[in-house]
Design a protein around this ligand. Structure first.
Ligand code: ATP
Length: 919
């Protein structure tokens, strides 16, 4: 990655905090209303380079190769080879060197492949920024930002460059990455800041790498890339190595333990061999080769490749993994705690129903709005951060909606009823706001209502107010701040009857699966003293309710069913109304039938529940409604205490703690904030619940596959050790030479093992329960399987070796036959490992075409080594007769029927046990 040159604009020398916004824009040659033109931005990008911080240089291929060769055992092998050169064993030395070179090549290819895959993953989660370009709001990769760009920020956004703030609305920023100060800082575009103020006190600036935690702001880019404050200290911030996954860590440890064991055995083999009269150097070479071949030091690297390949497959299914350990955890997930809006539903909102002046109005039949409906539609469009852009649209649509779907739906319904939001906003300019957040569940905006401007129907107290404050939000949160109700041209007290009527109307809409918002207004003769909820959001007059449909995603019902069959319980945790949540949950089958148990819990009820009580209820409750982010965190923690492995979805800035706390935090790719994405293990590119389920299936497959090749390698390596140890103990001589051992290992460890890593999902993958938390690759009697399979292969090799000796062949011929048998039996055995429990013939002989290819290629290589005279002589192989080949063929194929038979017995025992348990 190239780093961009420093390009602070010299005029201000970084002291932009003392320059007033209009001057800043003038000096930077930008227009705060329209931003830069596309051409100007392109020119600046070409001049200044991308907005990137320098990254650590990639490891060179040579460095990777050196790491491969540096292994102590490889060095010993090379030293031994040098000795054999001195003794005149040129062929062996050349072959060993060639094999070590090939092995290094294989290792380097694998590692660089793994690195590339990890790079590609990083690229998928590159941050974006919302920018004004040529008068339009566009979402750009943050690296394309240039000095002078006007950037729009809201809660949860990562600050993409150094900005001088032009406008701020209750804007707060977490600057801990820069200053270490963990309390969010209030920012104020208009604040005057002394020239010598330290970074943390520059309240009218926002710096790259920090995050917005609250409110909204507009800022102009004053420095990018290395020119930013972060760029100055970036040398200190370079990313570390990706953390190893728990499995990788365990395998690395296993590798060490096994390495020790193998070394021990090899020393014994060497000693016994010498006692049995084997030549010293030959025996030494055999022992070292055996150690090199049989110690699985490459396991963690292969695991990385398989994880990375799996992660690429997940990305194709729209689940983008940010942290590798999540892949393993996914396969063990027992609960998916999902949001509703946008995850289970489509997030394509449409306002369909209104309640105004005490009556329901069908919003799908537009007409001339009158009375309360005017207030509702205008209020909903004014108290709104979305926008409709009218440019020529290829698809013929009248506008392009930009912003939160709840809000665009309100703009669209207003427009359909003849109220144009753009004109409205001009007639009633917004002068203040209290932003939306998911705890308050409402927002407020203040507007100047100039006399002689728009005319309003209805009560004079409202219509002629000099200032109008609009509030929209969940009915409960708005109603509790209302004093009155606008109805039929008058303002009446919000007495118990009126309140009950409004609540009943809201409940009716919600039961129809509508998302309900209340809109209220407050007439003011002057702006409130402060734009905070206590001062501004009170004494409201309710103008009406609006109901939005947001249909479930069609694929969710099937995904819910699939998750259940896989022993993963889906639950819904939503900020929305109880009735809306229940209606949607029922539509997708997420709500289990009422059997007297409590299936729904609201935030208010949760507040009255102790942790112990909550834990008791967890297994029953399917839907949590009117939940705030703190509740969500509580639920996640309770689930974890009950031993669940929890996958959680989230999007808002306040969801970060729950995402972090979850075993797998999944952030929304489309609607999610940068903060949520930063806290998550995984990003759902399509925000879809079904994607979580697909990711769980992939996670299970990946774990299965890792298990398959780990045990393939272990059983194969074990067979080599057992064969050589056995032969020497039994006084049969060395069944394989050093170069033969190295070669077999190269041929079988390489391609077939990798092919096992990309096995397709096993049938029944999503009909079996999740793996238990912390269950490693040895669970379920795997060590026993490795042992019997290693022994099986070793016996076959020794059988052939012994038979050759008894039928009067010399040592070279006997070794040639053992060499052929070992390699080919291992290749056949790879097919056994394609499923640890199911019959190869059930999963299909050719269902993994990589395996077929790997088998053909490896077999061809082995046959070359056996039959092509130049190679054969290098390996000390002598020609064999037809009868010998027949014996080798039978022995090599034998692992298949034997392991199939054992699997069948295991399946029968398991079925018997299962039915015994059922009885
Ligand atoms: P989920 O948690 O499943 O995504 P949600 O999107 O409904 O559900 P929030 O975004 O926290 O959760 O919204 C909670 C409530 O706040 C909504 O039910 C609605 O009443 C209200 N609300 C949502 N968006 C807005 C908005 N833009 N302005 C005002 N109120 C809103």
């Amino acid at each position: 990655m190239t780093s961009s040159p420093a390009h602070r604009t010299p005029a201000a020398d970084g002291a932009w905090h003392v320059v007033a916004p209009p001057d800043v824009c003038r000096r930077l040659g930008t227009d705060p209303q329209h931003g830069l033109s596309r051409e100007e931005a392109a020119a600046r990008l070409a001049r200044d380079g991308p907005n990137l911080l320098p990254e650590a240089p990639r490891r060179s291929l040579l460095a990777m190769a050196w790491e491969q060769v540096r292994e102590p055992l490889v060095l010993i092998l090379l030293a031994a080879t040098a000795v054999s050169v001195v003794l005149g064993e040129y062929t062996d030395a050349a072959v060993i060197l060639a094999i070590v070179a090939l092995n290094t090549l294989l290792g380097v290819t694998q590692e660089s492949r793994a690195e590339q895959a990890l790079e590609a993953l990083k690229a998928m989660v590159r941050p974006t920024a919302r920018v004004l370009r040529g008068g339009h709001v566009v979402e750009l990769p943050a690296q394309e930002l240039v000095v002078g760009d006007v950037v729009l920020l809201e809660a949860g956004a990562r600050i993409p460059a150094d900005l001088r703030l032009l406008q701020t609305y209750n804007f707060q920023v977490d600057e801990s990455p820069l200053t270490g100060e963990s309390v969010p800082v209030h920012k104020e575009a208009g604040a005057s800041v002394p020239a010598d103020a330290p970074l943390g006190d520059r309240r009218n600036m926002a710096y790259m790498g920090t995050t917005a935690t609250y409110g909204r702001a507009v800022g102009v880019v004053v420095a990018t890339g290395q020119g930013t404050e972060m760029g100055r200290i970036a040398a200190l911030l370079q990313e570390g190595e990706p953390e190893p996954t728990p499995l990788q860590r365990r395998l690395a440890e296993l590798g060490k333990v096994l390495g020790g064991l193998v070394l021990g055995v090899v020393v014994v083999v060497f000693g016994v061999g010498l006692l049995r009269g084997e030549p010293l150097l030959d025996m030494f070479m055999t022992a070292v080769s055996l150690a090199v071949a049989a110690i699985p030091e490459g396991l963690p690297a292969v695991v990385t490749i398989v994880l990375a390949l799996g992660v690429q497959r997940m990305a194709r299914r729209r689940a983008i993994v940010r942290r590798l350990p999540a892949v393993e955890t996914l396969g063990a997930a027992t609960v998916i705690a999902s949001d509703k809006t946008g995850t289970i539903t489509q997030n394509r909102m449409e306002a369909v129903q209104a309640w105004v002046d005490g009556e329901m109005v069908d919003l799908r039949q537009p007409g001339q709005p009158a009375g309360g409906l005017v207030w509702l539609l205008r209020g909903g469009a004014l108290c709104n951060d979305a926008r409709l852009e009218c440019e020529e649209r290829a698809d013929g649509a009248p506008w392009r909606a930009v912003g939160d779907p709840t809000e665009t739906a309100l703009l669209e319904v207003a427009a359909r009823w003849g109220i144009w939001p753009g004109e409205l906003a001009e007639a009633l300019p917004r002068t203040g706001e209290v932003p939306f957040d998911s705890v308050r569940k409402r927002m407020a905006t203040l507007h100047a209502n100039a006399p002689g401007g728009l005319t309003w129907p209805g009560p004079a107290e409202l219509a002629q107010a000099r200032w109008l404050l609009f509030v929209k939000g969940s009915p409960e949160s708005v109603l509790s701040r209302c004093r009155a109700l606008a109805q039929a041209g008058a303002i009446r007290d919000l007495d118990d009857d009126a309140r009950a009527a409004a609540q009943e109307a809201a409940a009716r809409m919600a039961q129809g699966a509508l998302r309900v918002l209340a809109v209220a207004a407050r007439p003011l003769s002057q702006p409130p003293e402060a734009m905070d909820e206590a001062t501004a959001e009170r004494d409201l007059v309710l103008v009406g309710l609006v109901g939005l449909i947001d249909p479930p995603r069609p694929e969710v019902a099937e995904a819910v069913r699939l998750a259940r069959s896989a022993g993963v319980r889906p639950i819904m945790i939503t900020g929305d109304h109880r009735e809306t949540a229940v209606a949607i949950a029922a539509q997708v089958g997420l709500l289990r039938e009422g059997d007297g148990r409590r299936r729904v819990l609201t935030g208010v009820e949760l507040d009255g529940t102790s942790d112990a009580q909550l834990e008791q209820m967890l297994d029953d409750v399917d839907v949590y409604a009117r939940i705030s982010p703190q509740h969500k965190l509580r639920i996640v923690e309770a689930l974890k205490r009950r031993g669940h492995v929890v996958a959680v979805t989230g999007d808002g800035v306040n969801d970060a703690p729950a995402l972090r706390r979850a075993d797998v935090g999944a952030a929304m790719g489309v609607t999610g904030t940068d903060v949520a994405k930063g806290a998550a293990d995984m990003v759902l590119a399509d925000d879809n619940f079904a994607t979580v389920v697909a990711a769980i299936a992939e996670g299970r497959t990946i774990f299965d596959n890792i298990k398959k090749f780990v045990h393939y390698l272990l059983s194969a390596n074990l067979s080599e050790i057992m064969a050589i140890f056995g032969a020497i103990l039994l006084g049969m001589g060395r069944p394989l030479t050093a170069v033969q051992i190295l070669w077999v290992n190269l041929v079988t460890d390489g391609l077939p093992a990798l092919a096992l890593g990309v096995e397709p999902p096993e049938p029944g993958l999503m009909r079996r329960p999740p793996r238990r938390r912390g269950e490693g690759v040895f669970a379920g009697g795997m060590a026993w399987r490795d042992a019997y399979q290693g022994l099986l292969l070793a016996s076959l090799v020794l059988g052939v070796f012994g038979w050759m000796q008894r039928t009067g062949h010399d040592m070279a011929a006997a070794r040639s036959a053992a060499f052929a048998t070992l390699a080919m039996a291992q290749l056949v055995h790879a097919f056994n490992m394609r499923s640890l429990t199911q019959s190869l013939f059930r999963i299909g002989l050719a269902s993994n075409r990589w395996m077929v290819g790997a088998f053909v290629a490896a077999l061809a290589l082995q046959l070359l080594a056996l039959l092509w005279p130049p190679l054969a002589s290098a390996f000390g192989v002598v020609p064999l007769g037809r009868a010998e080949w027949e014996v080798i063929a039978v022995a090599s194929l034998a692992p298949l029927p034997v392991v199939e038979a054992v699997k069948a017995i295991e399946r029968a025992v398991r079925a018997r046990r299962a039915s015994g348990n059922a009885r």
